[in-house]
Design a protein around this ligand. Structure first.
Ligand code: BGC
Length: 743
């Protein structure tokens, strides 16, 4: 920074009237303005140019040495995929050689943990435990921030109703209400109360918008939907993120109703920065500005640059559109300099808020990095979050939990001893020495007298069945049989769309071979998405869905198998019976020809070869205990628009061990100016009850609970009768009530 700039900044700093936050914001704005007065167009454009380090998370890129040269010239504002104290310090030092010495922002996909690997986000969502989810994000932030990272590209808040799309693994599932609550928990965990904490990072709400609705579940594909669907289903988690103070947004690869999201002025200018008054900045997705050309929306990279910035994309990630063409676009009058200034101001504001101008290395602290990455408490928390994420889909005859003293146990399957697969995709760096496999976790809890046999049977994607005989022999020989099957870590995630969601390879046949022994087979499934497994669902004695549970997966699964932890997870996505039912969600719309009975589907909205119902419904998940719901009371039968009504009921643990239940509130608007879904989640509570304990729980209902977007996209609650449903899953409603909204 020049001497002049420093004096200006110092003067501006003196004008700060702390401690009010507003005053601080104003002070930052003054510093930004002062700095911008000294910046050339090229230096301003530099602030909007983001480059990847040596590691690549997308296609194509410039030579690394050229990138370093650009940093020295002040032509780069941010780097992604640069991490660790040593590397971030080394690269920050180059930025400080530039004329204005503006520090770089270091960003990274810290999606489910940094060094300590937590369950994949969809798995965490299955916990329905907002405090646990927030804590997981906090630990990730703490480790990342100590390693020089300022900014994570998370949470992904895209709604996903198509499990063919591999990225459902990164989100919170199919539901808008649950997804919005989880988005807020994650943002709070990453960012804390205020930017600048040395144990926190900036969060990103991504991918804005509609990415989860890629046609046919094929990644990067177009999305096409009604305005109403967009506003009702896909946008609310983004709005909730703005309200939670998320520092940045990332736009998306897809076109939405014909316009690439990256060039959508409607999304970014009118809605986000206009109506929602969003003060943060928008980063493009990897080369998504460049891809405006491939989309057939821009003739060349220069036009793409103009389109993207005019539409509100502030930072160009690895697209080279701004770095090569933005200055010229401004000189040619295609882009107003006020548009450039607005984008630069948004970026610099965050750099000041993070304290990088005071100390560009403040996040890169070797001692803090050492301590944070080796804190044993983090593994303990990861184990706890992992066991909360496990969903017990089936438990016939209470075959689970296993007795710890059982005589012999056969653990079979391609994933029984897996380590890398437990971590899932989007991890910062795999460290198998920290991963506890299922066999290791189980062995640690079994009595020394129990005979444990391990047989792989086959590989995840195998065609070879030569290992089946040994697996069957092990099963025949054992008192209890556990089969560990599913996807390998690289089958879910970005660019991992699949058309076949059955167990890969010969795993289903391996299950059949074991089931044919007549022994009850307990199945643990690992996957980043809902799989389709009809035969296993019919014949297995028990099924525990473990997602990719992270480094502590083996311990967490063992905690549930042996009953040290009573499972409490609930599905955040519907599990279909077949791929043909996809896209699928519990939020079905009514039709004029509903199926009234599975026996009579003639001229009904049905399939002739499958029931409409899913295999496992949204919200489903069993416990080792049982819960009863009783005494629903709606505090008053009718309310006016401004009123609040309390819906209360009693939840009782009717079993003989303590357990947690996620009680869910759904509503239905039976007649409206826009046909409403059959049910919509509007509240949930996760409650722990001792055996025999009862507790009164309640939900608040107000106008917002009942409102929806009408044909003019106005947020309205229409007078009339509403149905209230309280239950343990979307297909297991236990209590029903009614409420009238008056004129
Ligand atoms: C993904 C983003 C990610 C970015 C940077 C893209 O391919 O869509 O979610 O943040 O790469 O790694």
């Amino acid at each position: 920074m020049t001497k002049n700039t420093m004096t200006l900044l110092a003067t501006a700093a003196l004008m700060v009237c702390a401690p009010a936050v507003l005053a601080q914001d104003k002070a930052i704005q003054q510093k930004v303005d002062a700095l911008m007065k000294h910046m050339t167009i090229e230096e301003k454009v530099g602030q909007l140019h983001q480059l990847s380090g040596r590691q690549m998370t997308g296609p194509g890129s410039e030579k690394f040495s050229d990138k370093l040269a650009d940093i020295r010239l002040g032509r780069v504002g941010s780097m992604l995929n640069v991490k660790g104290v040593a590397e971030t310090r080394e690269i920050q030092a180059l930025a400080l050689q530039s004329r204005l010495k503006i520090p770089l922002l270091f960003s990274l996909d810290v999606i489910h943990g940094y060094k300590t690997v937590f369950p994949v986000p969809l798995g965490e969502a299955a916990s329905w435990d907002l405090a646990a989810i927030e804590q997981s994000a906090y630990i990730a932030a703490k480790e990342a921030a100590a390693s020089g990272i300022h900014w994570t590209f998370a949470p992904m808040v895209d709604i996903g109703r198509d499990p063919r799309w591999g990225r459902v693994m990164e989100g919170a599932g199919e539901d808008t209400y649950l997804g919005s609550r989880i988005a807020v928990a994650r943002i709070k965990g990453f960012q804390g109360e205020k930017l600048g904490g040395l144990d926190r990072v900036m969060a990103t709400a991504k991918h804005f918008a509609g990415y989860g609705a890629a046609i046919a579940g094929r990644d990067y594909n177009a999305a096409d939907m009604s305005e109403q669907q967009l506003h009702e289903t896909y946008l609310p988690p983004f709005k909730a993120s703005v309200d939670a103070g998320v520092a940045t947004f990332m736009n998306s690869f897809n076109t939405l109703n014909g316009v690439p999201a990256t060039a959508s002025a409607y999304l970014q200018r009118d809605l986000l920065k206009g109506q929602w008054k969003y003060p943060g900045f928008v980063v493009s997705d990897w080369a998504s500005i460049k891809e405006l050309v491939e989309h057939g929306y821009a003739t060349d990279l220069a036009q793409a640059a103009g389109q993207a910035i005019n539409a509100g994309s502030d930072m160009d990630m690895e697209g080279y559109a701004y770095s090569r063409h933005l200055a010229q676009q401004i000189k040619d009058g295609k882009v107003k300099s006020s548009v450039l200034d607005d984008a630069v101001r948004r970026v610099l504001t965050k750099k000041f808020a993070l304290g990088l101008f005071d100390d560009p290395y403040r996040y890169s602290d070797a001692a803090r990095e050492q301590a944070a990455l080796n804190d044993p408490e983090h593994a303990r928390i990861a184990r706890d979050v992992a066991r909360k994420s496990l969903v017990l889909l089936k438990n016939e005859g209470q075959v689970l939990p296993f007795a710890k003293g059982l005589k012999s146990l056969a653990v079979i399957g391609p994933l029984a001893e897996a380590k890398r697969d437990l971590e899932g995709g989007w991890i910062v760096q795999s460290d198998e020495s920290r991963v506890v496999s299922l066999v290791e976790g189980i062995r640690a809890q079994l009595s020394p007298q129990t005979k444990l046999t391990v047989a792989k049977g086959c590989d995840v994607a195998c065609v070879d069945t030569s290992g089946f005989d040994a697996a069957v022999a092990a099963a025949k020989d054992a008192d209890a049989v556990l089969l560990v099957v599913g996807e390998s870590w690289d089958m879910s995630g970005e660019a991992k769309s699949r058309v076949d969601l059955q167990l890969p390879g010969k795993q289903a046949a391996l299950f059949d071979a074991l089931a044919a022994t007549g022994k009850p087979v307990v199945v643990v499934m690992l996957a980043g998405r809902p799989l389709v497994f009809e035969n296993v669902a019919d014949k297995a004695a028990a099924i525990l869905y473990a997602w990719f549970p992270g480094a502590q997966g083996g311990n967490a699964v063992a905690d549930v198998l042996f009953g040290d932890y009573n499972p409490s997870g609930k599905l955040p996505m519907t599990f279909p019976r077949s791929v043909g039912q996809i896209p699928i969600s519990y939020q079905q719309y009514r039709t004029g020809r509903p199926v009234l009975s599975e026996k009579n589907i003639v001229y009904r909205s049905a399939y002739i070869d499958s029931p409409n119902t899913p295999r496992y419904a949204f919200g489903h998940g069993l416990s080792y205990t049982s819960f009863a719901y009783s005494d629903l009371v709606v505090s008053k039968p009718a309310m006016k628009q401004g009123d609040k009504v309390t819906v209360s009921f009693t939840l009782t643990n009717t079993g003989n061990r303590a357990g947690e239940e996620v009680a869910q509130l759904y509503i239905r608007d039976p007649v409206a100016s826009v046909v409403r879904p059959l049910m919509e989640l509007k509240g949930f509570q996760k409650t722990k009850l001792a055996a025999g304990e009862s507790r009164k729980l309640s939900f608040q209902v107000d106008r917002n609970t009942l409102a929806f977007h009408n044909t003019r996209l106005a947020w309205v609650a229409e007078p009339g009768e509403f149905e209230l449903m309280v239950g343990t899953a979307a297909d297991a409603i236990r209590l029903r009530g009614k409420l009238t909204l008056q004129d």
